[in-house]
Design a protein around this ligand. Structure first.
Ligand code: HEM
Length: 769
């Protein structure tokens, strides 16, 4: 009897709770809003307006366009079509429901300003997000509220300030070069022009950057986390349209089971990295990565190990998710817009070439890129990765004339605000970066409605890093490739937590020369020729002029000397040697001050050993004696004068540089062995004779000089011949061609009179060929 009574009380209690949750509470909130004149579409029991939204979304998705018609960019009409319709019907402020969650839609500029810049902790991230995306985001910085959020922001923010981001530029450059290298290989493999699906590659790029920024030297392990997070994100976005339906996240459906398994695996992977990091803490490093900051923050105000673990795991996931997908889609849309607008593409390319002058863009250079900034701003206006900024009133609050009851959500639709013709003018759906010529203030009447990175206290923490990534990547891509929209591209923006191309992003990419030759004017062709190679930038300096393909060049070369010497070359497996290859070319062509120093150093060494008769070991010992004596006396003298000990700087040889050197040496040795094999294989008589002749010449020259003099002469030649050849290439080419013709004549005479008469069969074959 007692048991029956308890069961009945429990059942009635549950029913009452459900009635309150599903009917009374939403009705109360709707009534409170209605009283203030806020209306909206009629919600259905349990689902609210979800079915209507789903139907409208599916209908809009069917209207897709191909690459030829990407000239109007109303992506809001495809991804959030119901808002357009409700906006027209109910005005700038209206309400709707997602399940039992009540939402007020706001696009009225003044009210938007009040909401987004509100600093009260009573306005926070919607609580339904924590429930719905708990497995993806946990209670990290993106979803948490109140003092816990403020604590997380305090820990993470300083790590993403501009001065820290400047320290990450190297890793952004490296990741960008890896991407360019892979595209270059693909284009070369397909004969100079290729349709490339850029979005997965761009995700890999931004994931790579975040992995390195987050996990430092452990970044390779971050890759596995990255793939699992992507899968978790896909599983979570499949649930977007069931947002707000109570209890649905507890049902062990296939999707939910997949989500739970991934969540567990990701947690285990992150904690494994943390464990390894703690173990290696015996040798603390000055360079703190983001994970290090999270680890230090986790120990403050946390009582249990589980709370510490959750803090670490949630924030790692949050940074990853906040940073990689958003930046990747931002880059994707920006490249799509540049591919569809060749004039802007060329404008930005010209600017980059002029600023970078054959160097890889750095912090200072990207700061000067005004045209690129305008293009990125316009791209983020038309395709903001984050479509909705949402908040929840955690207590009753007032915005303008409207009193917002506790529990009501406020949604600001970024796509609507970014394309409203009343704010941006009649061309609001067109790509026109010129509108940002005078910055954001000059572009629209209400600058605060431009919010690709949000505004106010919860503004994006990673915007500096994102902009640096975008600028470095896009500037490098434009100087290396020419972009156009592939005919196979289907323009269909889709909402999967971020706004992304629904069918992927296909861009036709080619070496700039080939592309423009095919479809544009001679003037463009000449311009593109100037941009043929990243390292051979277009400048007024005659020594860097582009190669004229019609003219005969020595050894039939069709590339500038700098490029032949390896400058900006993007092939080969060891992409990280690239930067050094570029530097070698710069040094040989006297584009770096070090060239003079090298020549002078080589001359001094040669003079000491060869002319004065100094010995290597003696020189090393004498140098060490002098430097040790100077430092010893200086340390003691400074102690005497300043009364403080002068500590000598700790010198650590950079591991990366040594790796590069060793790899470069290994590559050169491998290619030398390859050439030896090829010549020795007996297939090419001409090559064989060239090799024998060259070695014979070297053996004679070797007899005339000592080894050191020979090395010195080679150094002098390396530092003078390419430089002089680049400067006086035309004259050298003319005389060189004459000399080669003469040599060929002599060779054919020898061939006819001697070689053909020898009874060796392959000589005759080679002649026929
Ligand atoms: C183009 C790239 C990016 C875009 C468009 C973007 C956009 C945004 C937006 C709109 C918000 C604010 C959401 C709101 O107010 O509710 C935000 C927050 C945030 N973003 Fe980004 N983001 C980008 C890149 C990054 C990167 C690279 C990182 C980290 C490395 C990052 C870390 C964060 C964090 C931690 C927050 C939460 C701030 C808080 O709630 O206090 N974002 N982002």
């Amino acid at each position: 009897m007692e048991l029956l009574a308890i069961t009945l009380v429990c059942v009635f209690g549950l029913l009452f709770h459900l009635y309150n949750l599903l009917i009374t509470k939403p009705r109360k909130l709707q009534l409170a809003l209605k009283k203030q004149g806020i209306v909206g579409p009629q919600p259905k029991f349990l689902l609210g307006n979800i079915l209507e939204m789903k139907k409208s979304y599916e209908a809009a998705k069917k209207i897709v366009s191909n690459g030829d018609v990407v000239d109007s960019h109303n992506c809001g009409a495809t991804i959030l079509p119901f808002f357009d319709q409700w906006h027209r019907q109910y005005g700038e402020v209206f309400m709707f429901s997602l399940g039992n969650t009540q939402i007020v839609h706001v696009t009225q500029p003044e009210m938007v300003r009040e909401i987004t810049t509100c600093t009260s902790l009573d306005l926070g991230k919607p609580t339904y997000q924590v429930k719905e995306r708990g497995s993806l985001l946990g209670n990290g910085i993106l979803t948490s509220n109140g003092p816990f959020w403020a604590h997380q922001r305090k820990i993470l923010a300083p790590e993403l300030y501009m001065d820290k981001v400047k320290g990450m530029i190297n890793l952004v450059q490296d990741s960008a070069l890896t991407l360019l290298n892979s595209w270059n290989n693909e284009i070369e493999a397909q004969g100079g022009i290729a349709d490339i699906k850029i979005d997965p590659d761009l995700r890999r790029f931004s994931g790579d950057v975040i992995s390195k920024a987050c996990f430092g030297s452990n970044f390779s392990k971050g890759e596995e986390i990255f793939y699992k997070l992507r899968a978790l994100q896909e599983a979570s976005s499949r649930r977007v349209m069931s947002t707000g339906i109570p209890g649905i996240r507890y049902i062990p459906s296939k999707n939910n089971r997949e989500t739970w398994a991934l969540e567990k695996e990701i947690k285990a992977l992150i904690l494994k990295i943390v464990k390894e990091k703690r173990r290696s803490e015996a040798a603390p490093s000055d360079q703190k990565d983001l994970l290090q900051m999270v680890l230090e923050g986790a120990t403050i105000n946390m009582n249990t190990q589980n709370a510490i673990d959750n803090f670490i795991v949630d924030n790692c996931k949050n940074i990853y998710l906040a940073g990689y997908e958003t930046t990747a889609v931002a880059a994707t849309w920006c490249l799509m817009l540049l591919a569809a607008n060749p004039i802007w593409q060329q404008r930005v390319r010209d600017e980059v070439v002029q600023i970078c002058k054959s160097r890889i863009p750095d912090a200072d250079m990207i700061r000067q890129m005004k045209q690129l900034t305008m293009v990125i701003n316009e791209s983020l206006r038309l395709y903001p990765p984050v479509a909705v900024i949402s908040r929840e009133a955690l207590k009753e609050m007032k915005f303008g004339e409207i009193s917002v009851p506790k529990g009501v959500n406020l949604w600001t639709i970024v796509t609507t605000l970014h394309t409203d013709p009343k704010i941006w003018g009649n061309d609001s759906y067109k790509f026109n970066p010129e509108r940002f010529a005078n910055g954001i203030r000059g572009a629209c009447e209400f600058p605060h409605v431009y919010m690709p990175f949000g505004v106010g206290p919860r503004v994006c923490l990673g915007q500096n890093l994102a902009i640096v990534e975008l600028k470095i990547l896009i500037s490098l891509i434009l100087t290396k490739f020419c972009l156009s929209i592939s005919p196979k591209y289907v323009h269909s923006p889709a909402l999967n937590l971020v706004i992304e191309p629904g069918h992927g992003e296909l861009i036709k990419m080619s070496n700039p020369v080939e592309e423009i030759v095919g479809e544009s004017t001679m003037e463009n062709k000449q311009k593109a020729l100037n941009h043929n190679d990243f390292s051979s930038s277009s400048t007024t300096d005659d020594s860097r002029r582009p190669i004229d393909k019609k003219k005969c060049h020595l050894f039939n070369r069709h590339k500038p000397v700098h490029s032949i010497l390896g400058g900006g070359k993007l092939t080969g497996d060891y992409w990280f040697v690239l930067k050094m290859d570029g530097s070698v070319a710069d040094i040989l062509l006297w584009r770096k001050k070090i060239s003079g120093g090298l020549l002078a150093g080589a001359t001094v060494i040669w003079f000491l050993f060869e002319c004065i008769g100094y010995h290597l070991l003696t020189l090393i010992c004498h140098s060490l004696i002098v430097s040790l004596a100077i430092l010893f006396f200086w340390s003691n003298l400074s102690l005497f004068i300043n009364k403080s000990f002068v500590e000598l700087p700790k010198i650590e040889l950079p591991e990366e540089l040594w790796m590069r050197l060793v790899l470069l040496l290994r590559n050169q040795c491998t290619s030398a062995v390859g050439i030896f094999r090829e010549v020795a294989s007996g297939n090419d008589l001409k090559k064989f004779l060239y090799a024998i002749f060259s070695l014979w010449i070297v053996s004679i020259v070797g007899r005339w000089f000592s080894f050191l003099t020979l090395v010195y002469l080679i150094t002098v030649m390396l530092l003078t011949v390419p430089f002089l050849y680049e400067k006086y290439g035309d004259q050298v080419d003319t005389y060189g061609e004459m000399a080669i013709k003469e040599l060929r004549k002599q060779y054919s005479q020898v061939d006819e009179k001697v070689l053909q008469k020898l009874p060796i069969p392959f000589i005759k074959d080679s002649k026929q060929e």
